[in-house]
Design a protein around this ligand. Structure first.
Ligand code: MG
Length: 264
């Protein structure tokens, strides 16, 4: 597979690549172990906002994946880096992502008078009352930052509406536009590349979402590998321009392709 020649590191999406609705996909734990045996460094690149990196590593460990928290980049991690740089010390009003604040060191959270409204993944905190509080802060000039604009996500209990179903209304009402820090923002992928310490041309992004994983990675010069998810559900972002470099049915297909590249 010539498109994977020269690939020295990987960014791996979690949901749809390693797991589906939190459960390990068949063959995925063994494939990850194989990548480790081959000495190919990888970073898990996920928009999840529910869990801290340590909790996610623990949960993946229960599924048979051997992962260190430092190998995980989440939307809250990149959002915190953005807030520390663009709004140092500013009081931030956070909705969603309460479980991930352990990964947001240096960010000051407040219940009122936020100068930055920060939206994590949608959860019961996205009540009319709280969204209206956020709306009033925006009207007073607060900045709007979102961890992602995902429309829906798949859980063990079924599909759930996500932030992208609420954010456009807030933006339209307040006459503003959110800065998005998770996938597909270039900042997210640059953060992951910095963790790997590799240039984009030597890295492949492996994901099940063309719009959130494959296309933005390719735009930065990475190789895009699409995993065809058997149940990708409502994914409007799959439509449109841009094709993956490589398409696989499961992560288990990847290690043999990477070893072929050396011509062995
Ligand atoms: Mg995915």
């Amino acid at each position: 597979m010539s498109r994977l020649r020269g690939i020295r590191g990987l960014l791996l999406d979690v949901d749809g690549v390693l797991t589906a609705a939190g459960r390990p996909l068949p063959g995925a734990p063994r494939a990850l172990a194989r990548l480790r045996d081959l000495g190919i460094p990888f970073v898990l690149a996920t928009n999840t906002t529910e869990l801290s990196r340590a909790e996610l590593a623990g949960r993946l460990g229960e599924g048979g994946f051997d992962i260190e928290p430092a190998q995980i980049v989440t939307a809250p991690v990149v959002t915190a880096a953005y807030l520390r740089g663009a709004h140092p010390g500013a009081p931030c009003f956070l909705l969603g992502a309460a479980g991930a604040v352990a990964d947001m060191e240096g960010v000051r959270f407040v219940e009122d008078e936020g100068q930055v409204v920060v939206l994590g993944g949608a959860d019961p905190s996205f009540s009319w009352q709280n969204l209206n509080r956020a709306f009033r802060m925006l009207l007073r000039g607060a900045a709007l930052v979102a961890m992602h604009r995902n429309l829906a996500w798949r859980t063990a209990e079924g599909w759930k509406l996500d932030t992208g179903a609420f954010l456009p209304g807030l933006e339209a009402a307040a006459g503003t536009r959110a800065v998005v820090c998770g996938k597909p923002s270039p900042a997210f992928f640059r953060h992951c590349l910095a963790v790997l310490s590799l240039p984009p041309r030597e890295v492949a992004m492996v994901g099940d979402d063309l719009g959130a994983d494959v296309r933005p990675a390719r735009e930065l010069g990475m190789v895009g590998v699409l995993v065809r998810s058997p149940d990708s559900g409502p994914r409007p972002s799959q439509k449109g321009r841009g094709q993956p470099d490589v398409v696989i049915e499961a992560l288990a297909e990847l290690p043999p392709l990477l070893t072929q590249r050396s011509g062995a």
